[in-house]
Structures are given as structure tokens and as C-alpha cells.
Design a protein around this ligand. Sequence first.
Ligand SMILES: [Ca+2]
Length: 205
Amino acid sequence: MAKKSSNSSFKLTVSLLVVLMFVSVFTTSSLMRSCFADNTNRGFLYKKISKLICGTNVDLHRSYYRRLGGNVLSAESNVHESEEFSVARGSTAKKLIDGSKDTRAAPASRDFDYTIGLTDIYSINKINLHWGDDGKAPNYIDSWKLEASIDGQNWEVVDFGGFPKEFETSVNKDFVASMLRLSGHSEEQWIGVNEVEIIGKPIQK
Ligand SMILES: [Ca+2]
């Protein structure tokens, strides 16, 4: 009987140790991940512990590719945005980088031409172009072009195409840029773009 009880205690101890091990591994890995992530929305204690583990001067998240947010992007239209049909309807250039695939940038023209500025020089490895309905509707976007520049003077074509025939076009290319330019043309319709999603990491402050 005593032996059985001893066995039970042993099993219980082992079980507790295993649970404890899983909890600590999970907690540590979760905290380590926070070193790489933007901690802006984390709680006070989480930030403190994360800082303690990751170090005060460590900014490791800068070396990881991630989706660039509106805080490091700006957008402007190179073609006139109609007061009545673009500005008043909230379809200005900033809707291109507002993080929503449902909001649309459209100047009320058969051409769109947007320049996206980045706060740093970035290494970029992917760009998702969310066309919205214009990407699938025939006679809307007949052609498009994506260009990149480091100095704003010299531009290189990253990719281009005709009628997208899809809501979203992914451009999987590695390049360096501090500015992007997306333009499109239609023979018949006013066109626009819903969102440009950029995956990159800064290589210079
Ligand atoms: Ca948008």
C-alpha cells in the first residue's frame, strides 16, 4: 500500500515538473518574441519584463521583416485629386496606406499615380497590391507599374502588368527603397487602389 502511495507521489511530482517546464518555456519564448515586436500596445509589466530580458538598448525588431505601418509611411497623389469625387468622398492618397483593404484611394481619373514615402531606407521583400473591385472588373485597370527609388531622382521598375484579374497582386521581389511609386491606367473608367501592403525592414535610420 505504501509503495502504491509512493508511486502516486512520484507521478504527481513528475506531472507538476512537466507542466512547470511547459509554462516556463512558453512564458520565456513569449517574452523573447516581444523583443522583436512592437510593444506599444503591451501592458506596463510586460514592457518592464520584456525590457529586462531583451536589454535596454536592444531594438531587434528592426532586423526582422514585417508589415510597415502608417507611422513610417506617407502617400501623395501625382495626379489631381478631384475635390468633389475624391477628396469629399474620402478617397485621398492616404487611404492607400491606412491599413484597411476596404478603404480606397482614387483621384477620380483614368490614371492614378501615387508616391509612397518611407521614413528610412528599407530592405523590402514583398509588396501586396490590393486593387479592390477595380482589379477584377474588366475595363478598369488596363495597366499598372510599380517603381522604387532610394533618392527620389532615379527610379527603377519593380514590376508591372496589365488587367490584374484578381483582387490582390503579390510582388515577391527583394530590393532597397525609400520611396515607391504605383501608377495605373484605364482606357475607359476612373480607377483606384485600396491598399499597398509593404513587407520590409529598415537598413538605415
Ligand atoms: Ca486602404
